[in-house]
Write a protein that binds this ligand. Structure first.
Ligand SMILES: [Zn+2]
Length: 122
């Protein structure tokens, strides 16, 4: 018997149709470089948004991002991360003053700030 008769994730017979195994296989195909597999699964399932694709870096560097801007706030029902550094977003805030940019941080700075309306918090 060869190994490919068994699912690589649950060791059941293939083709395996368990939702968790299907998602793991999709995550591996889409994000083989990510060490954080929970992040890879969240991205593959569409429940997580990569700022490197969806946002605009406004402070820091791609290796050490500090703030991103989101052209549009994409909602509460999703998670946010930065794939190149495998970092989770911790807070998202909208500037109270004009032009009301939506900014994204890797710390909790938008929680209880007078200058920002906190839109999302980890
Ligand atoms: Zn399986």
């Amino acid at each position: 018997m060869s190994d490919d008769e068994f699912c690589a994730y649950c060791a059941g017979y293939t083709p395996c149709r368990r939702a968790s195994c299907v998602l793991e296989a999709k995550a591996e195909a889409m994000y083989p470089q990510l060490r954080n597999r929970a992040m890879a699964r969240a991205l593959a399932s569409g429940k997580c948004i990569d700022l490197d694709e969806a946002g605009i870096l406004v402070e820091g560097t791609n290796e050490r991002p500090i703030l991103y801007q989101l052209p549009v706030f994409l909602g509460l029902g999703v998670d946010y991360c930065h794939v190149p550094t495998e970092s989770w977003v911790w807070s998202i805030g909208r500037e109270v003053k004009s032009p009301g940019r939506v900014l994204v941080a890797f710390d909790g700075r938008f929680y209880s700030s007078a200058m920002y309306e906190c839109l999302w918090l980890r």
